[in-house]
Design a protein around this ligand. Structure first.
Ligand SMILES: [Fe+2]
Length: 162
């Protein structure tokens, strides 16, 4: 069953991901969401740490799926985790003035790729390897550049509501 993954444009009125949209717990506590009582970080330095932790978790999940059995439920969790990460990263980079159109386009392409989760488990390895390649190149390319720009941006303050 193909999944639809949409990435709405960042908006100041957009709230953090709703609890219902969050993936179920992954094995071994791979994915841990922030408590609802804890506010979202306001400083880029804190936000980038959270985004990097998400990067690491998504990378670990990709490796787990590539090295093991790529069950549909885990692949769907990967797609959801990637979508939520991309939305959050777009929102925070946009607030820092460091989200260029090419970066947004790259996210769209990844979302389109992720949405093509093969129903046939035999085709999943190729899909996962394509996602892994995109993720690795993007993390250490576009993301690294954008994060460095955001870190050196003159206004580190970000809104408190997100
Ligand atoms: Fe990115």
């Amino acid at each position: 069953m193909p999944l639809a993954l949409t990435l709405p444009a960042p908006s100041p009125a957009t709230a953090p991901p709703a609890p219902a949209a969050r993936p179920a717990a992954l094995p071994h506590g791979l994915w841990r969401w922030r408590s609802r009582s804890r506010p979202w970080p306001r400083l880029w330095s804190q936000r980038s740490q959270l985004l990097e932790r998400q990067h690491s978790r998504i990378e670990a999940l990709l490796e787990q799926l590539i090295d093991g059995e790529a069950r549909t439920s885990l692949c769907q969790q990967l797609v959801r985790a990637l979508g939520l990460h991309l939305r959050l990263e777009e929102r925070w980079l946009a607030e820092a003035g460091c989200l260029c159109p090419g970066h947004r386009l790259s996210h769209r392409q990844a979302a389109e790729l992720a949405a093509r989760l093969p129903a046939d488990s035999a085709e999943r390895l190729s899909w996962l390897l394509d996602l892994q390649q995109w993720f690795h190149l993007h993390r250490y390319g576009a993301d690294a550049i954008a994060y460095a720009r955001a870190a050196s941006a003159p206004t580190p303050f970000m809104s408190a509501s997100r």
